[in-house]
Design a protein around this ligand. Structure first.
Ligand code: FES
Length: 112
């Protein structure tokens, strides 16, 4: 029987991430890092739960703290990842607990 464990993994230096949204791939997963006024405000999965396509692309839309998938219009609340509208059975876009270490390192808590 396998057991799930969690561990903090480093995504990178906050100072290196763009203001707005940065997409990054680590541990064979896609993440989107949302940065506002120099602070990290959220880390989400960068795949749409409806159909695992990349969520952040040239046509993504963030408005009123909601992100809308360009493919079929699923809309998620960025504060907790809950689906507001759109297709698919999955009701949530994964969000990750994060912390800052050594003043500039962004780390997220990831299950493995
Ligand atoms: S792939 Fe995102 S709504 Fe369908």
């Amino acid at each position: 029987m396998m057991t799930e464990t969690t561990q903090w993994i480093k995504l990178g230096k906050i100072s290196k991430f763009d203001e707005g949204v940065t997409s990054i791939r680590k541990k064979r997963k896609n993440f989107a890092i949302l940065k506002q006024d120099g602070q990290i405000v959220q880390v989400i999965q960068d795949n749409c739960p409806h159909n695992p396509r990349i969520l952040i692309s040239d046509d993504y839309l963030i408005e009123n703290n909601m992100i809308t998938c360009q493919f079929h219009g699923a809309c998620f609340d960025l504060s907790d990842g809950s689906k507001v509208s759109g297709p698919g059975k999955s009701k949530v876009l994964l969000t990750y607990e994060f912390r800052i270490s050594n003043t500039d390192n962004l780390e997220i808590l990831l299950e493995s």
